[in-house]
Design a protein around this ligand. Structure first.
Ligand code: M6R
Length: 614
């Protein structure tokens, strides 16, 4: 979490920094700040509690000049989300300003050491300790800022992406990373720095992703040097990023979330482009072909993920087990990494992550890699840490997802997992031509089917009005629809702050059914699957206890329609692809409930898009 931006060059830094913070606000929005050097010897730091807008308002009459600057939007870890704890933090000497994304775990020990040396702290953050430590080392000997940063970072335990500027040496920014992402952009007018490429792409598409324990020195004349903590040069080829600016804007929608929900037909078409080949009756997933032997010889797959991506993993398990008969376990990355799990050589650990930066997922795959597992990444953000740490992988290619609530990334993950399962099944001789043709037809029809569901937006908006002020919701599903129920409940709670639980429908009678009364809305995914009759019985049990039922049913359904208070009809598809179609009405429901409540849908309280701390 937290977003970092930096700029050094011929232009003015402030517009780049503010623009960049707005793009990175999805990473955290408790407070924000900027630091610029208008001339040698002057360091201007402005901060505000709250969102980037508050910062912009607060600097209206301030000097925002400067060709070098750094900026930060925060998701609080150490210290309350107030102005004092906002970044950039300044060293006691007033010389250095620093922004940081990550956690300095040994900050207490370092702080005691610095306090003994006379340092006084004005915030309760771990970050201030780091800037004071660099300042102490820098002031103690005749050395460059790069050298001081290198020495300081050798004392640090934890995760960091940092950028530092020096009031008395305004011709450079020093940046470094370990476990938190940092990207450098190279353009005609200067050098850019950011937590991901989104603030950079409107200036240049040439970027370098720093690796762990690398330090970069960006100079005013456009040159740069990247070294490790021992000052050995690190070589990087510049990479080209392909993000379209339109994808980073709301395009007439009031929120990114609703735009991203409506983008799904196109995003899934992008996700399948070049992979689902109807003419050849083939699904081509290059990482599956390239790593055929490893994957085919795997004794089992373990999917590690968090949040929505974990829900996609639950669907991936069913797909891979159904199509390939390979056993699959699905683990919360945060539990897996600390559990001493049994991992054997030949196990395939699959990390599913939109951002590719989730700290727990990254740590889980690093641990699995050490134990000999083969790592397969399923990420959206190109060049992200998980994508780079994996032995192989498939991008979901749904474009940048800005809304904190994951929507198009979820359907993209499920689509990619379907393609992977099917490509593997083919390699294993488990998918005959007829089955392949059926899966291909169904996959290719998903964008149109999603459009059909999106056409119910107004109706779902009406339903959302009725349920806007309830306090609890239950979501039910079975089989492939169970993870959809979990995902629907997560969507609702994270953006509308309404308590919601997802359950396998048949589990109700083992306890949760006690919650049912006329105040309890129950969302049931009751489509025509092999479990339909069972779900009908589950719906009956709820109905007879007075629950208010909102059912997602297959077009043409009459049985559930007669029992439910509200029905949303979705087009028929293969059972294994229903998660993609059935999750759309639940996304819309969550969105409209939150929007009705006037909540900040794209930036819900206490959350961040990219959870780069554990
Ligand atoms: O970037 P990742 O997919 O690894 O993120 C995992 C979760 O933090 C994420 O899915 C989170 O649960 C979303 N806010 C859900 O909408």
């Amino acid at each position: 979490m937290c977003g970092i931006v930096g700029y050094i060059g011929k232009g003015q830094a402030y517009p780049v920094l503010i623009n960049g913070l707005n793009r990175l606000e999805y990473r955290g929005y408790d407070s924000a700040g900027v630091a610029m050097i208008p001339e040698k010897g002057t360091l201007n730091i402005y901060k505000a509690a709250g969102k980037v807008k508050q910062l912009e308002d607060s600097v209206k009459n301030c000097n925002i000049e400067g060709h070098v600057g750094i900026a930060h939007t925060r998701w609080a870890t150490h210290g309350a989300p107030n102005k004092e704890n906002a970044h950039p933090h300044c060293s006691m000497s007033g010389r250095l300003a620093l922004v940081h994304n990550g956690i300095i775990e040994n900050y207490g020990v370092l702080k005691d050491k610095l306090t003994e040396k006379g340092y006084v702290f004005s915030s309760t953050t771990d970050t201030e300790v780091l800037v004071q430590l660099i300042d102490y080392i820098y002031g103690a000997g005749d050395m460059s800022l790069v050298a001081a940063v290198q020495l300081a970072l050798k004392e640090v335990i934890g995760a960091y992406a940092i950028a530092v500027i020096d009031r008395d040496n305004p011709d450079m920014i020093v940046a470094a990373r370990k476990s938190s992402p940092l990207v450098i952009g190279m353009a005609e007018d200067g050098l850019y720095l950011a937590s991901d490429a989104t603030p950079i792409v409107e200036y240049t598409n040439k970027v370098i992703y720093l690796d762990d324990e690398e330090v970069a020195c960006l100079n005013m004349d456009g040159t740069y040097r990247i070294v490790d903590l021992d000052n050995a040069d690190c070589c990087h080829e510049a990479q080209t990023v392909a993000v379209n600016i339109g994808q980073l804007q709301k395009g007439g929608f009031p929120h990114f979330m609703i735009k991203e929900i409506f983008d799904q037909p196109e995003c899934l078409a992008d996700c399948m482009r070049g992979r689902v080949l109807k003419d050849m009756n083939k699904i081509v997933v290059s990482a599956v072909i390239e790593n055929r032997d490893v994957l085919l010889n795997a004794r089992r797959f373990i999917i590690v993920a968090c949040g929505t991506s974990w829900h996609a993993g639950l669907i991936g398990k069913q797909l891979i087990e159904d199509f390939c008969r390979i056993p699959v376990e699905v683990e919360y990355a945060s539990e897996f990494r600390y559990r001493n799990p049994v991992i054997n050589e030949g196990d395939v650990v699959m990390a599913v992550s939109q951002s590719g930066e989730t700290a727990d997922t990254l740590a889980a795959i690093e641990m699995a890699k050490e134990k000999g597992a083969f790592i397969y990444g399923v990420c959206n953000v190109v060049g992200s840490s998980i994508a780079r740490a994996a032995d192989a992988g498939s991008y979901i290619h749904v474009g940048p997802e800005i809304g904190v609530a994951s929507t198009k990334a979820f359907t993209g993950q499920v689509t990619v997992l379907t393609m992977i399962a099917m490509a593997l099944a083919k390699e294993m001789g488990r998918a005959d031509d007829g089955f392949m043709a059926k899966v291909i037809d169904e996959l290719l029809s998903l964008p149109e089917k999603i459009k059909e569901v999106l056409a119910f937006d107004e109706y779902i908006k009406d339903i959302a009005r009725i349920f806007t002020y309830v306090h609890n919701f239950i979501y039910l599903g079975r089989g492939y629809a169970f993870p959809v129920a979990l995902e629907g409940a997560l969507k609702l709670k994270e953006i509308s702050y309404i308590h919601a639980e997802g359950y396998p429908a048949a589990e109700m009678k083992h306890g949760p059914i006690a919650l049912i009364d006329s105040n309890m809305p129950v969302v049931v995914i009751a489509t025509k699957t092999h479990l339909y009759d069972k779900v009908v019985s589950n719906v009956q049990e709820i109905k007879s206890r007075g629950g208010r039922i909102l059912a997602v049913v297959t077009k043409g359904d009459t049985v559930i329609k007669n029992m439910a208070d509200f029905c949303i009809e979705i087009p028929e598809t293969m059972e294994c692809m229903e998660p993609v179609v059935a999750s759309i009405p639940l996304q819309l429901l969550a969105y409209h409930v939150a929007a009705n409540k006037g909540l900040d849908v794209d930036r819900p309280r206490n959350l961040a898009k990219s959870v780069t701390v554990e």
